[in-house]
Design a protein around this ligand. Structure first.
Ligand code: NAD
Length: 385
């Protein structure tokens, strides 16, 4: 069996790595630049950190701030229409996964016919044919790994769908933890557990291989070791570094090995109840892993070790059970509820959640245990209680 491993061509990582932006824009030969971000980041003054050095070179910059969290399809359509109207030669995405995903779409679809809806994975009927204009992605959360993946996620009425193709990969990713110190504790927690979920799901994925394993285990070590500190003390430089490296590594890992059950079940929570992507993953993580535990006991023992616990005294089964307990503790310690009830979801909603969850066949295919609709319903039930 062979594995395809794809990485972003160039990444800059580490504190103040934003200093490489100007030389990369120069290398990409751009002078009319679209910056896609959200209004809150503009208010925070984050956009100025990007615009000022670019304008100092005499380059034209346009800032598009109509990004909203978990962007609906219409927000993507509007941005793509705007991008098509102008002759930008570079797109910079600055923000969390919501801004980065939209920047990727804008860059590729700027030079494609049709609408975003035409290219959706579940319902679209067109395929991307070329790369579009160059893209630089600069994450300001430590969560999605969008800066290194070929996916853009959009919210639909009852669930989520994606556009996915290697043409969505950026030319450059700049992962500067200094941009994350302003993240409030709640967003640090949700996005951090999102990154941990990427690492865990890709480690137990049917498509895992030794390269993605190495990336995933290091991501689990960094994130589980530092997320509590990053939530409690957002200015802690070491914790922020660990979280940024952790989410970057987890992104590389899941992009190549895939995510599975947690994400498939999280999408309907986001779509139907507008729960953030990070919280949707967090509330489901222990229950999905608990349900599939027996299909990946050995791997869960490795995860327990990567979380900093010795498993020598445990059998594989005991270690996998302890792993679930430690995941529950971690989610609770960073302040995320461990029950769907606490998100205001009624028991009657579980059926329609399961109906939408089972539609995510492409994602569910990587689960180490086959998940049918009745399994999905049982997992939502466990998470409800
Ligand atoms: P987000 O981009 O929605 O941002 C969440 C909130 O945090 C926003 O209000 C934003 O303004 C704020 N914020 C961002 N950076 C900040 C900072 N440094 N300081 C203060 N506030 C800041 O959140 P996210 O979790 O990063 O992204 C979620 C989106 O990414 C969802 O649509 C999800 O489906 C998608 N996603 C994409 C991928 C991928 O591979 N493309 C993977 C996972 C999730």
């Amino acid at each position: 069996m062979s594995n395809k491993i794809t990485f972003v061509p160039i990444s800059y990582t580490g504190w103040d790595s934003l200093e490489h932006l100007v030389s990369e824009v120069e290398r990409l030969n751009a002078s009319n630049i679209l910056i896609v971000t959200d209004p809150f980041l503009e208010e925070l003054g984050m956009t100025n950190k990007i615009i000022e050095p670019l304008q100092a070179q005499g380059w034209k910059t346009s800032v598009y701030t109509e990004v909203v969290p978990e962007p609906p399809l219409e927000v993507g359509e509007k941005l793509v229409a705007f991008t098509k109207e102008h002759k930008f030669d570079l797109v910079i995405g600055l923000g969390g996964g919501s801004a980065l995903d939209l920047a990727k779409l804008a860059g590729v679809l700027a030079t494609h016919e049709g609408k975003v809806a035409d290219y959706l994975n579940l319902t679209g009927n067109r395929t991307l044919t070329h790369k579009g204009i160059p893209k630089i992605l600069i994450p300001t959360t430590s969560g999605t790994g969008s800066e290194v993946t070929n996916i853009s996620v959009l919210s639909l009425e009852s669930s989520k769908d994606v556009v996915t193709h290697d043409y969505l990969l950026p030319d450059v990713a700049i992962v500067d933890p200094a941009l994350t110190t302003s993240l409030p504790p709640k967003v640090t927690a949700a996005t951090g557990i999102d990154a941990l979920t990427h690492a865990i799901e890709s480690y137990v994925s049917k498509n895992a291989n030794p390269v993605t394993d190495a990336l995933a285990l290091q991501a689990i070590r960094l994130i589980s070791g530092s997320i509590r500190t990053a939530v409690a003390d957002g200015e802690n430089k070491e914790a922020r570094m660990d979280m940024s490296y952790g989410s970057y590594l987890a992104g590389l890992s899941f992009f190549n090995a895939g995510v599975a059950g947690v994400h498939a079940l999280a999408y309907p929570l986001g779509g139907q109840f507008h729960i953030s992507h990070g919280e949707s993953n967090a509330v489901l993580l222990p229950y999905v892993m608990g349900y599939i535990r027996q299909s990946c006991e050995k791997r869960m023992k490795d995860i327990l070790e990567a979380m900093g616990f010795s498993s020598n005294q445990f059998s594989q089964e005991e270690a996998s059970l302890k792993c679930i307990e430690e995941l529950k503790k971690l989610v609770a310690d960073v302040g995320i509820p461990l029950s769907l009830k606490e998100f205001g979801i009624q028991e009657e909603a579980l059926d329609s959640l399961a109906d939408d969850g089972i539609k995510q066949k492409r994602i569910l295919a990587r689960s180490p245990m086959l998940l049918e609709r009745e399994d999905i319903f049982a997992i939502y039930q466990a998470a409800f209680k």
